[in-house]
Design a protein around this ligand. Structure first.
Ligand code: ADP
Ligand code: GLC
Length: 471
């Protein structure tokens, strides 16, 4: 597997959770997975200096040579190969800084692809190279056009998993030669896309197989509405496209033994959840008296991005605040959505609070301490937090799209379909009403807690896909 993020080494979103957990599940099913990741400055600390397994691997991107050392860490039984190239990865951010994305991201991630091919040549010979998202989508076109005829790679197959079609890796025309591909590929039947180079498109066209992270999203991306301009290509490749829902790493996300939360609890006895709610209110600086403990508390943990549907919350702000409800939000990203939540908190400081931050510990506290978890996404390839919520007895309120629609049903949560403030408000109101019926509410919590989205079933589906791929 080649990816740009994996827990516990580097994370901005759900991709990291997947790459941190899926290989282990595959290993327990008899596969021999290895993961190739960049050695970001943040991951450097966790690696022992003695881990070097290859010195000075040459990465030729066109006429430019980069040199990388390869370091190996076996983590939970899985081999992680880190590409150590400080000029490319030894920076503060993973993709960029506050000022925006790094302008050389095409170089940084193409170099990761070249390094993966070097590792496949010298250190670890895979049957399948499994790439993830635009960052590693260039690997398939590189194999096809740069390493064509190279006996090392002849039998190797490529799989590209699309975690989010909204991010495609768009760069100017010179990026093609910059990463060592021929400018002739700047044409609509190859990597050209509305006057830009589109790396994800290259992966969609030239990978042997494609997958995405839920069955629902696999269908949606073949429609103009959710296809981000690539739906025609995805329809053309429908026979090679599989939807496999993400699993959950229950060693990380489980109220029975979660070390980030105030008290542990189970479906048989969730008295500890009250202590978690009190602690969560405290963490966000909200009062935690009898009234507040009784009042339904909604939680949000999210990247602040257009995808996540927070403009709907902006639309219904006056109606939402008129309800007897509290809201705690942790997230970061687009300033527009930070401001949506900041103004809610400013107007109702005793009931609404936001932390513009990234904190693993607080994310766990929200999952455990909230009564409901809100994800009004405009689109959602899979979504992990709603599945985590189920295990924590925190009832999800979600928009019925992609993986949210696939993973939440009437027994476990509240869904709305139309992308509108009024539909969202109806769903929230239905949840608030249901909350008052304690017996039914507990039933709903327990229904969710009993669901099992462990990686085993999804890994078995990947396994079947791998077998089809290698015939
Ligand atoms: P996406 O990958 O689109 O961001 P997912 O629901 O698949 O959405 O995964 C999001 C992951 O990132 C979850 O593990 C979630 O807990 C984590 N996350 C998002 N924002 C934050 C934050 N501000 N602090 C901590 N964890 C966060
Ligand atoms: C993406 C998607 C999210 C998915 C995650 C992991 O970031 O936005 O829905 O759960 O990838 O596959």
């Amino acid at each position: 597997m080649v990816a740009s993020e994996a827990t516990p080494f580097a994370k901005t979103g759900g991709l990291a959770d997947v790459i941190g957990a899926l290989p282990r599940a595959l290993k327990s099913q008899g596969h021999e997975p290895a993961v190739v990741l960049p050695l970001y400055a943040s991951a450097e600390k966790v690696l022992p200096a003695s881990s070097r397994v290859y010195d000075g691997l040459s990465l030729w991107l066109g006429s430019t040579r980069w040199s990388a050392d390869i370091r190996l860490l076996t983590h939970d039984g899985v081999a992680f190969y880190f590409v150590d190239c400080p000029p490319l990865y030894g920076r503060d951010g993973i993709y960029g800084t506050q000022a925006g994305d790094y302008p050389d991201n095409h170089i940084r991630f193409a170099a990761l692809c070249y390094a993966a091919l070097g590792i496949a040549r010298y250190l670890f010979r895979p049957d399948i190279i499994h790439c993830h998202d635009w960052q590693t989508a260039a690997l398939a076109p590189l194999l096809k056009f740069r390493f064509q005829g190279d006996p090392t790679f002849m039998a190797m197959k490529t799989l590209l998993t699309i975690h989010n079609l909204g991010y495609q890796g768009l760069f100017g025309r010179s990026a093609l030669t910059g990463i060592g591909l021929d400018d002739k590929l700047f044409q609509p039947r190859a990597l050209e896309f509305y006057g830009m180079v589109n790396l994800l498109k290259g992966g969609i066209l030239f990978s042997d197989a494609l997958s995405t992270v839920s069955k629902g999203y696999a269908k949606e991306i073949q429609t103009p509405k959710h296809g981000f301009g690539l739906d025609d290509l995805l329809r053309a490749r429908a026979g090679s496209l599989t939807g496999i829902v993400n699993g959950v790493d229950y060693t990380e996300w489980n109220p029975e033994h979660d070390t980030h939360i105030a008290a542990n609890y189970t479906a048989a006895d969730f008295s500890g959840k009250q202590a978690c709610k009190r602690d969560l209110l405290d963490t966000f600086g909200l009062p935690a008296g009898e009234v507040e403990m009784d009042r339904p508390l909604i939680g949000i943990v999210s990247r602040f991005a257009g995808q996540k549907g927070f403009d709907l919350i902006e639309d219904i702000a006056p109606d939402l605040t008129a309800e007897d409800v509290s809201l705690v939000v942790i997230g970061s990203g687009d300033a527009r959505y930070e401001n949506v939540f900041r103004s809610l908190a400013a107007a109702h400081p005793n009931r609404f609070a936001v932390k513009v931050a990234y904190s693993e510990a607080i994310a766990h506290k929200v999952e455990a301490g909230a009564d409901m978890f809100l994800m009004p996404s405009r689109y959602e390839p899979c979504g992990l937090n709603q599945i985590y919520s189920l295990r924590y007895g925190t009832v999800p309120i979600v928009r019925a799209t992609g993986g949210l629609d696939d993973t939440i049903d009437e027994e476990t949560g509240f869904k709305f379909r139309e992308y509108s403030g009024s539909a969202l408000l109806d769903a929230v109101r239905a949840a608030l009403t249901a909350y008052r019926d304690k017996k039914n509410w507990r039933e709903m919590m327990v229904n969710g807690m009993k669901k099992n989205f462990s990686w085993d079933a999804s890994a078995a589906e990947y396994s079947a896909l791998y077998r089809r791929l290698i015939g």
